[in-house]
Write a protein that binds this ligand. Sequence first.
Ligand code: PHB
Length: 398
Amino acid sequence: MNAAAQIIKTHVGIVGGGPAGLMLSHLLSKEGVGNIVIEKRDHETIRNTHRAGILEAGSVRMLTDTGVDGRVLTEGHRHDGIDLRFNGVSHRLDFQDLVGESVWLYPQNEVFVDLAAARKRDGGDVRFSVTDSEVLDLETGVPKIRFTDADGQYFEVHADIVVGADGSQGICKKAIPAEKRSDNFIAYPFAWFGILTEAPPSAPELIYANSEHGFALISQRSAHVQRMYFQCDPNEDAGGWTDEQIWDELQKRVDGPDGFTLKRGPIFEKMVLPFRSYVCEPLRHGNLFLAGDAGHTVPPTGAKGLNLALADVKVLFEAIDSFYSTGSPELLDGYSDTALERVWKAQNFSYWMTSMLHTREDQSSFERKRILGELAGVAASRYGQQYLAEAYTGWPHR
Ligand code: PHB
């Protein structure tokens, strides 16, 4: 380490300035628990990173009830249901009727913008564009983070607790010795081709479509911009597709006797999103705690990624707050088990939605028809619909 390193002493050092890290910082600061957030990307890069767009009611409440911002309620859109579409026929699931909840369409980058603005407004210590970050001494009472800030100054953070909220490719999970963690994961033989298009919405709510040509999701962003995805090969080259080819592929997957037709427009963003399911166990090593994608990833089909990250943060915040207000580490000791209970429910839901809606290339006629039987079973049963609706809108926060 450079001799000129400046020491920063604080309670909690947070690696990662995405929604999970910023939300934790916001909640801790409100309770007077000192913290610092470091993030290797710059504000603009995160703001322009397109991720999923569905917030559970519990996630919305975390933003509005803790004073982050109410913009989610004015700029976001409440959705009271989705369409499950298979064999070319749509089946609406009415979330309000089924479980008395809704979700909000509000893109993850807007959540980031709101949280970053709230941290700035409240004088939070958030350092973007840091380099050479490193976490160390995790098994001691003074875990540390080293980094170089955007001006080239070296720092060493001395904390009581380090939180890894640095995403699936971050440094924190890798800092846990391989023999001290178990990596649970599966890969899927497909990915999503995602687009943003300048067009009006094609339908009032999201459509999750299963077809013999593969899965498609018709999502939205605003009155003028729409988000859509279709199942593709993980090695697909997004640049190799013309707008017309993309629209034809999407349309093929939603075609049906009702004549439903997508509203087309110019496509201004194309990307391939590979996906896998992963859980690190436990979500703790010494005084390092993992939250969000740093500890687990889900395929996007169930729209659970960001919601799960915020649910982790809620549990972790309460544990840290309790540690500082009572001196008892009990809740911190329970963090990993408590968070993992929800994580595994969400893993199952995301896996289930993914396998029920996607089509495997080598699918036998038995498997194709079994999946249609499964979809029909869910769509025709109030209990089946309720299971999906409860998981989609989000299990209650503890
Ligand atoms: C999105 O709008 O980006 C989106 C919505 C629902 C999902 C995944 C992604 O399940």
